[in-house]
Design a protein around this ligand. Structure first.
Ligand SMILES: Nc1nc2c(ncn2[C@@H]2O[C@H](COP(=O)(O)OP(=O)(O)O)[C@@H](O)[C@H]2O)c(=O)[nH]1
Ligand SMILES: [Mg+2]
Length: 406
């Protein structure tokens, strides 16, 4: 999978390079960033999963972190607002392997304890913190995590901000998500199942088809913790499933869709439309309707310029500006190529006259093709190349995804 990803990132580089001449910097940036981030990620161990605990204040993220590693490393129930710094927890033996990646993420607080060697757990600031920076810190990290554990409690699992601000927009990453319904010790045993079902329903409404939900009580008022090992199992499964790569594949799929959007996609159907317009305008020119021919052709090129947009669009507009003089020169050519005597002779036989007009139409069409359509084709070529590279990338990403989501 590592090699597949390296190959895909090369294809992505190529697509970005082709797009660079066609679309603006702003449209290019999200994909460029994804490719940069993916390269950094795969330069660190892929048999380790960078997992963040994300959720609202008091849902139990820090308690969960402590329960998973069996030590009090994260501050629980601290005075609000709690710290805005994410806390990374890793096994001592792997700290050297993943520490550099955490540095790259800007997660500077790192502790080593006894947790599974494949796990790097990050206790995150609250998503609903009164401190805006805390929330921004979470949002800045979210796109670079391998797995996100969304921690909710029985009161706030339907919180509108959680669903609308985060889960709905991120639903294409649902395979990266595990949902923890914590504090189930505060529910009557008989209703736990229906609360889980209601959470599942809310997640489906967010576009998350089959959410993985783990019910826990990591720090119950009485009795032993519930469900911690279920969560660890779910996380281990995620690592074994190559979900580290799957997330990067979603990034690439979304990035190339974004670029395709910016180039206007390959849906111009230029050749088909150009052929139809050439036929109409050639007929008009031969019939002496020069003005209509100019309008028809100009309108077509303006539409193409509009649809192509960007620098390609400007080049096509320049070609459109030359249409009147080109059409007039073709119209002049048609007139001089049909001397009066010829017409008289043809008038004798209608079919011959028709044949001659058809020939003229073909000739006019060919000349207009050379003068107007061909340069437009040339202007669209860079865009077509970018679209071809994007199509190739998308296809390869889809193939790779089909393997990981088997
Ligand atoms: N009853 C109950 N309380 C919990 C549970 N998990 C955490 N708490 C308590 O909820 C409060 C907030 O927990 P904390 O881990 O700091 O939440 P965070 O803000 O998401 O990090 C603390 O007082 C915890 O002791 C649980 O499963 N059951
Ligand atoms: Mg906390």
């Amino acid at each position: 999978m590592h090699d597949t990803m390296v190959g895909l990132l090369e294809k992505a580089d190529l697509a970005i390079a082709f797009c660079a001449g066609v679309i603006g910097e702003d449209d290019l940036e999200p994909m460029a960033r994804s490719v940069r981030d993916a390269r950094i990620r795969i330069s660190y161990p892929e048999d380790m999963s960078v997992v963040a605990l994300v959720g609202g204040t008091g849902s139990g993220k820090s308690s969960l972190a402590n329960a998973v590693c069996g030590a009090d490393v994260a501050m629980v129930g601290g005075a609000r607002p709690t710290t805005g710094e994410p806390l990374a927890i890793v096994a001592e033996a792997r700290a050297g392997d993943i520490g550099g990646y955490l540095d790259a993420l800007g997660v500077s607080v790192q502790v080593t304890v006894r947790i599974p060697p494949w796990l790097c757990l990050i206790d995150m600031p609250d998503t609903d913190s009164v401190e805006i920076e805390h929330r921004l810190r979470v949002e800045q990290l979210l796109p670079r995590l391998d797995i996100v554990v969304w921690v909710v409690d029985p009161e706030k699992y339907r919180d509108a901000a959680l669903h609308n601000r985060y889960l709905k927009p991120l639903s294409s990453y649902s395979n990266q998500f595990i949902f923890v319904l914590n504090q189930i010790d505060r529910l009557a045993p008989a209703v736990i199942e229906s609360v889980v079902a209601d959470l599942e329903k809310a997640l489906r409404e967010d576009g998350i088809e089959s959410p993985r939900i783990v019910a826990t009580a990591v720090n119950p008022a009485s009795g032993p913790p519930i469900g911690v090992s279920d969560l660890v199992d779910a996380l281990e499964e995620a690592v074994n499933d190559d979900r580290v790569f799957e997330k990067l594949l979603v990034d690439l799929a979304q990035g190339s869709a974004g670029l395709l959007d910016a180039t206007g996609g390959s849906g111009l159907e230029f050749e088909t439309r150009a052929r139809a317009v050439l036929e109409t305008t050639a007929r008009m020119v031969v019939d002496g309707q020069t003005r209509s021919a100019i309008d028809e052709l100009t309108l077509f090129l303006e539409a193409i310029a509009n649809e192509a947009g960007g620098s390609t669009g400007s080049r096509v507009s320049q070609i459109a500006a030359l249409v009147p003089s080109h059409v007039e020169s073709v119209a002049d050519g048609v007139k001089t190529s049909t001397p009066i005597e010829n017409r008289r002779r043809f008038r004798a036989r209608r079919s011959d006259l028709e044949a001659s007009r058809a020939e003229q139409r073909d000739a006019a069409g060919e000349i207009l093709d050379d003068l107007v359509i061909d340069p437009t084709r040339g202007a669209l070529a860079a865009r077509a190349q970018a679209n071809a590279a994007l199509a190739d990338l998308s296809l390869s990403v889809e193939k790779a995804r089909a393997v990981t989501t088997r």
